[in-house]
Ligand binder design. Structure first.
Ligand code: 2NL
Length: 346
């Protein structure tokens, strides 16, 4: 009996460190300590021993049972710890790993030029405001000296909104220039006024390389006592030099816009050929970049501003034209075609 116990002890203790998980440990427990386990059976057979051997064998068997039970708990704790480690290892996050690469975007070339031009005027003390793109006939035309049925309207091919009011008129339209907001601004504010208005404008166009039905303008306005043509020229000369280089020359020639008197167009000497004539300036040596003029007294009167006291200058330019000239872009439709091969170049 003692020999059997000793064999059992060494076998059981030999096996225990090799048990890989709790399932194997449970099988081990069942085979020694379970109801039909080897040790349980030995304990049961004690009663069959002669009385003189029974005591000694009993003590040995019981202490083996205690030993196996302690070994079981110890191994159980060890295996639980190993299992936990494994789980932790599995779910561990390595915060030092590089993240997923983010696809970097960029500002649209129009946004870039819009901000660049607005910033130049902001530095000269102009406010920057925006206004509605759906306008009324009054603000887009009438307030600007462009009456109904007047031939001057032919300068703007207009997209009209399909809306008829009680009087049978169709007074809503997509603004054809940013000027309506200038009127709105003058109605709300008294001079001194220094403001620029960038934004989208719309035309009823058959689109081609030089025409889009939506493009951007930046318009400016200064109304104050003592504003003269000299202020206009000084402001726009500074603007031209900031955007196209400090060696720029400017040229002013007469032009016509219904809302100004006198009206002018401003050109810069070609920044590519320095005025000798090239492809960018079509051999002219000069590039027209904006229209301007002194605000017409009738326009001032309409917003309750006395033209005998106040005068103003105003100007307007197409924004897409600037990057087109600077980078040699030959088709305005590229701006709004959503082709990344074009957009990624800016
Ligand atoms: C151009 C020319 C211009 C104005 C815009 C303006 C606005 C008011 C009164 C007077 Cl409220 N003038 N704006 C004046 C002259 C020219 O734009 O070629 N734009 C693309």
């Amino acid at each position: 009996m003692l020999k059997a116990l000793e064999q059992l002890r060494s076998k059981a203790l030999d096996e225990i460190p090799r048990l890989k998980d709790l399932k194997e440990l449970e099988a081990w427990r069942v085979s020694y300590l379970g109801r039909k386990g080897t040790l349980t059976q030995l304990l049961r057979s004690l009663s069959e021993l002669p009385i003189d051997q029974r005591r000694e064998a009993g003590t040995a068997a019981n202490s083996l049972k205690a030993l196996l039970e302690t070994s079981l708990t110890e191994r159980q704790e060890a295996l639980k710890k190993i299992e936990l480690e494994r789980l932790l290892q599995q779910s561990r996050i390595d915060v030092t790993l590089p993240g997923y690469p983010v696809r970097l975007g960029r500002l649209h070339p129009t946004t870039q030029i819009l901000r660049e031009t607005a910033a130049v005027f902001a530095e000269m003390g102009f406010e920057i405001v925006e206004g509605p793109e759906v306008e009324t006939d009054y603000y887009n035309f009438e307030a600007l000296n462009i009456p109904k049925d007047h031939p001057a309207r032919d300068m703007w091919d207009t997209l009209w909104i399909d809306y008829t009011n009680d009087k049978g008129e169709r007074p809503m339209l997509m603004r054809t220039h940013t000027s309506p907001m200038q009127i709105r601004f003058m109605e709300k504010r008294d001079p001194p006024i220094r403001v620029v208005m960038p934004g989208k404008v719309y035309r009823y166009e058959a689109t081609d390389a030089r025409h889009e039905s939506m493009f951007h303008q930046l318009e400016g306005l200064a109304v104050d006592k003592g504003i003269t043509m000299a202020r206009l020229k000084g402001t726009l000369y500074e603007f031209a030099r900031r955007l196209f280089g400090t060696d720029r020359k400017v040229r002013f020639r007469c032009d016509y816009f219904p809302f100004v008197e006198p009206g002018v167009e401003m050109a810069i000497d070609c920044f590519i050929c320095k005025g000798n004539g090239c492809r960018v300036c079509s051999g002219e040596g000069w590039i027209e970049i904006l229209g301007a003029g002194m605000v017409h007294p009738d326009v001032l009167r309409r917003v309750n501003c006395d033209p005998e006291v106040y005068t103003g200058f105003a100007f307007g330019m197409g924004l897409e034209r600037i990057p087109m000239l600077k980078y040699g872009i030959d088709d305005i439709r590229l701006f709004y075609g959503n082709d990344l091969r074009f957009l990624e170049q800016f």
